[in-house]
Design a protein around this ligand. Structure first.
Ligand SMILES: Cc1ncc(COP(=O)(O)O)c(C=O)c1O
Length: 489
């Protein structure tokens, strides 16, 4: 190698973005321990779907297998129509189909959005905490600074409702306040809504719903994944929609980058978005697993916090997260330590609802012999800003906005030095989690046998899907828009 090439290589290494360690590698020893359990491993760590991809989707994929030509980045008209139809039917959100842009699984978009919006060095991205790690990665890849609250130089705010890992649902008021603040400062708000079909004790609302955005999508993007709702994680299928100007800008970049969804996957996604029955069936499976796991955790002395929606239970028994992971591995159950999602999760674990039923059924028995909790980790004085990111934490807030560093957790925490024992009330105040009763699926004529049910009345089902009695609405009407961003953590 000549000196010029060697210099180039050195410079390339020097300029490489420093990313956090890939967290899942750290779980390997605990997976081995759990696998050695005589009943075998119950893997509730990653949250990868285990139920079959719906036949309606598989057939659509197969029927589109002959695809010699390139697909379009914008997606087929059928796909964009299906996405717009689903948004209207299920979320009460009206978009023009031309404002729908398919993505190759939403992780890909999350990791690239800051760069694809044109943000770069000197810009900041406000990410939630605890959070799905890819928001931070996306900011770092674009050489932006991730921050955990409002700050000068923020060009993009990420919302995640329902949230991974906590299952927290942002209220209409909270979302309106963020949107109002961001609009005042000309900042884009992207809302990751990949678990929006999985509301249990709260009904998640899209950032594009008129109650939140006042009927204008300006400056807003909503990101939707089909991985969990449709057991489609292996297909890589999602879409982004919202402000037509922003979507057009993303389309332009993504056309040049070749970020196209394969034609058969576009067909599969179209079928999935047009069919609500398989989502209802999948919801019912998760609701049952959630009830079994929540009861087992409560009996074993865990406190379940938030978890009012989404694919996970967010639980603590006061000790260090890794100690809980180790104890659960002893009984063959593998979970994710909360620290994977930020420092605020250092005493929590995330339990995914994605185990097969037969395995989940063994969890209560396993919990009966769970080793007791260790002494809690030393208190660090309440929640503190995340230690994962380098740079200026806590952030300096602009004068119109309070610093996020001052925000307090909304969920109860065990007092320092005192382990939590026995069933505890959840932060939602409901105690043990009930089986899901989102009215969407209580529509007249609905049965889990899906379209074969002769009593199925689609019009009634669709109407109930949005106007269901019991929609708590989170008080969206007559809400004062504030210029102050709320605590959305
Ligand atoms: C909050 C959140 N956003 C995005 C994703 C990415 O999903 P996918 O790439 O499968 O669409 C995940 C996956 O777990 C997630 O939890």
């Amino acid at each position: 190698m000549g000196p010029a090439a060697a210099t180039g290589l050195r410079q390339a290494r020097h300029r490489r973005v420093r990313l956090p360690d890939f967290p899942w590698d750290a779980l390997t020893p605990f997976a081995e321990k759990a696998r050695a359990h005589p009943y075998g491993l119950v893997d509730l760590s990653v949250g990868t779907p285990v139920d079959a991809t719906p036949l309606v989707v598989q057939h659509a994929l197969a029927a589109a297998a002959n695809a010699p030509g390139y697909p379009t980045t914008a997606g087929t008209p059928e796909l964009r129509d299906a996405a717009a139809g689903w948004l209207a039917r299920r979320l009460g959100v009206i978009v023009d189909p031309s404002a729908v842009l398919p993505v190759i699984g939403t992780k890909e978009l999350v990791a690239q959005l800051p760069g694809q919006l044109g943000l770069g060095p000197g810009d900041r991205v406000w990410i939630p905490t605890p959070a799905y790690p890819t928001y931070e990665v996306g900011a770092l890849l674009a050489r932006c600074e991730p921050v955990l609250g409002p700050a000068d130089g923020v060009g993009l705010v990420w919302l995640n409702t329902p949230a991974n890992p906590s299952g927290r649902v942002l209220t209409v008021d909270e979302m309106r306040a963020v949107v109002g603040w961001a609009r005042e400062h000309g900042i884009v708000v992207a809302s990751d809504e990949c678990y929006i079909e999985l509301g249990w004790e709260a009904r998640p609302v899209s950032v594009l719903h008129p109650d939140v955005c006042g009927g204008s999508h300006e400056g807003l993007l909503a990101v939707h994944s089909l991985s969990k709702r449709s057991n489609l994680a292996g297909y890589r299928a999602g879409f982004v929609t919202g402000d037509p100007r922003l979507v057009a800008g993303l389309l332009e970049v993504r056309r040049h980058a070749g970020a196209m969804l394969p034609t058969p996957v576009q067909a599969a996604m179209t079928a999935a978005l047009a069919d609500d029955m398989h989502v209802a069936e999948q919801r019912a499976r998760y609701a049952n697993r959630r009830a079994v796991l929540a009861a087992a955790l409560a009996v074993a002395g865990f406190t379940i916090e938030h978890s009012e929606a989404g694919l996970y239970l967010w639980a603590t028994r006061g000790e260090d997260a890794w100690a809980t992971v180790d104890a659960l591995a002893t009984v063959g159950v593998l979970v994710a330590p909360g620290v994977f999602y930020g420092e605020v999760g250092r005493r929590h674990v995330r339990i995914a609802l994605t185990g097969p039923d037969a395995q989940i059924a063994t969890v209560p028995e396993r919990m009966a012999v769970l080793p007791p909790p260790q002494a809690p980790a030393p208190s660090v004085g309440g929640y503190r800003p995340d230690a994962r990111t380098t740079g200026a934490h806590p952030v300096t807030a602009p004068s119109s906005a309070p610093s996020s560093a001052a925000h307090q957790p909304s969920a109860p925490r065990p007092p320092a030095g005192q382990p939590v024992r026995g069933p505890q009330p959840s932060s939602t105040g409901t105690g043990a989690l009930p089986v899901a009763t989102w009215p969407t699926y209580d529509a007249p004529g609905y049965s889990t046998s899906g379209h074969d049910n002769p009593a199925y009345d689609k019009a009634a089902y669709d109407k109930a899907a949005y106007d269901g009695a019991g929609y708590d609405g989170n008080g969206g009407h007559g809400v004062q828009v504030t210029t102050e961003p709320p605590d959305i953590r």
